[in-house]
Design a protein around this ligand. Structure first.
Ligand code: 5GP
Ligand code: MG
Length: 174
């Protein structure tokens, strides 16, 4: 495994996921929520979060890819695969692992709002606000983190590290 240093422990993450779930249970009380999860990084967060929700939820997945080197967003995005049901008049929560430059979210928001949802909000596990290039804000944020490349809890480096139960900073030597 790559050299890394723990940033957020399993306990810290679980506590925060529960707080977000509590807020969603209140904010979407008496509604059905359609969660659109961005693959692959969002899956661990999604699976922990939905099991703490008491409201009815539907889940959808889409996959996006960017080209360029591996730790920076190149700014060119491709909607690889999408299996998103009709979102018209639905309350949609776009769920991502991490909001970095905001380019991915901006692109997804533009595509998904074409479907005319009743509402659309963003939920991310991690936010790197200093890296933002597009003015995007998430309504639900797990943690604000400094500008380091992180792995674990769904996030990968070269497809490895998603299964770590904690979040860790990748050692720069990697
Ligand atoms: P944005 O378009 O906001 O720059 O890019 C967001 C995407 O870049 C995230 O969904 C994630 O796939 C990737 N990303 C950004 N920062 C990190 C990071 O620190 N670690 C990992 N594993 N992926 C990251
Ligand atoms: Mg991603």
């Amino acid at each position: 495994m790559f050299k890394h240093k723990i940033l957020l422990t399993e306990e810290q993450i679980q506590r925060r996921v529960l707080e977000i779930a509590d807020r969603l249970n209140l904010d979407y009380a008496d509604r059905t929520l359609d969660i659109v999860c961005v693959l692959k990084g969002g899956i661990v967060f999604l699976s922990d979060l939905i099991r703490l929700l008491h409201i009815p939820v539907r889940i959808h997945f889409l996959r996006i890819s960017s080209y360029g080197n591996e730790t920076q967003n190149a700014g060119t995005l491709n909607l690889h695969f999408s299996y998103v049901a009709d979102l018209e008049n639905r309350h949609v929560l776009l769920l991502e692992d991490i909001l970095d430059t905001g380019i991915t979210m901006d692109y997804l928001l533009k595509h998904l709002t074409e479907q005319k949802p009743a509402s659309m909000k963003i939920c991310v596990l991690l936010d790197k606000p200093y890296r933002r290039k597009v003015d995007i804000r998430a309504e639900y944020v797990g943690f604000e983190i400094p500008d380091h490349f992180v792995i674990g809890y769904g996030l990968d480096y070269q497809e490895l590290g998603r299964n770590l139960r904690y979040l860790a900073i990748l050692d720069p030597s990697e």
